[in-house]
Design a protein around this ligand. Structure first.
Ligand code: ADP
Ligand code: AMP
Length: 226
């Protein structure tokens, strides 16, 4: 079974891209590629890349295009990416989108399938203020809408839950500004390419997941085919 398609979840911070990527990746049997997770991992391990990007993530600004695309190119050369993947948080600028087009073409992939997550700013602030993430498996919770059974502890693996430093309101404002200025124009770029789908991501996790299933056609039972 070959999927041979790049899927891009496009949307502002807090739209639910990570939550839905994990569900869709599992359902479709595809790797979930979150550039934000890759940077946080590099920071946690104290690598040279981590040291370079740590202050950038803390400020809410975007990491330079070359650093991001270099990291993505390396990740795509791994074997699990041979038949498709889900991008969460990449691309975030027009140069990144253009570089990705070239990268996909060089690997024999066609145009990506892009799904834009639309949510009101009020909901985004609430979701980010309530986000808690497991330090072990990366499961995502929300203290208002999807709380763990025991506060601060992951239901799945008992790992410690933490809040992201960049989810503080002053950094969230910077991240949303970066999204509006640098990332939102990508929707138009992909609409022109004829590959853009839009979902109302303000709905519940289950409703959004069903909408994504309908687009991806890879609900359980069909072997993860698009
Ligand atoms: P993103 O990856 O787009 O930044 P996340 O998937 O991390 O967003 O979700 C941000 C927060 O919103 C998390 O606390 C998550 O539990 C919560 N969340 C995600 N999807 C929904 C939804 N459909 N309804 C309510 N809360 C949600
Ligand atoms: P995220 O986890 O997607 O919210 O990303 C967290 C932070 O990582 C962002 O605020 C940026 O600083 C950085 N980042 C992640 N992905 C990218 C990207 N594609 N381009 C530039 N910066 C990125």
């Amino acid at each position: 079974m070959a999927l041979n398609r790049a899927v891009i979840f496009l949307g502002p911070p807090g739209a639910g891209k990570g939550t839905q990527s994990k569900l869709a990746a599992q359902r479709c049997g595809l790797p979930h590629l979150s550039t934000g997770d890759m940077f946080r991992d590099a920071i946690a391990r104290g690598t040279p890349l981590g040291k370079k990007v740590q202050p950038i993530l803390a400020s809410g600004e975007l990491v330079s295009d070359d650093l991001v695309t270099g990291m993505v190119e390396e990740r795509l050369s791994q074997r699990d990416c041979a038949h498709g993947f889900i991008f969460d948080g990449f691309p975030r600028t027009l140069p990144q989108a253009r570089q990705l087009d070239e990268l996909l073409a060089s690997k024999g992939f066609g145009k990506p399938l892009v799904i834009e997550f639309c949510v009101s700013p009020e909901k985004l602030f609430r979701r980010l203020a309530g986000r808690w993430t497991c330090t072990v498996g990366g499961e995502i919770y929300n203290e208002f809408d999807a709380p763990p059974k025991v506060p601060g502890v992951c239901d799945g693996d008992g790992g410690k839950l933490v809040q992201r430093p960049d989810d503080r309101p002053e950094v969230v404002r910077e991240r949303l500004t970066a999204y509006e200025r640098q990332t939102k124009p990508l929707a138009e770029y992909y609409r022109r390419l004829g590959v853009l789908e839009v979902v109302d991501a303000g709905k519940s996790v289950d409703e959004v997941s069903r909408a994504l299933n309908a687009i991806l056609h890879c609900a359980e039972g069909n072997n993860g085919r698009l």
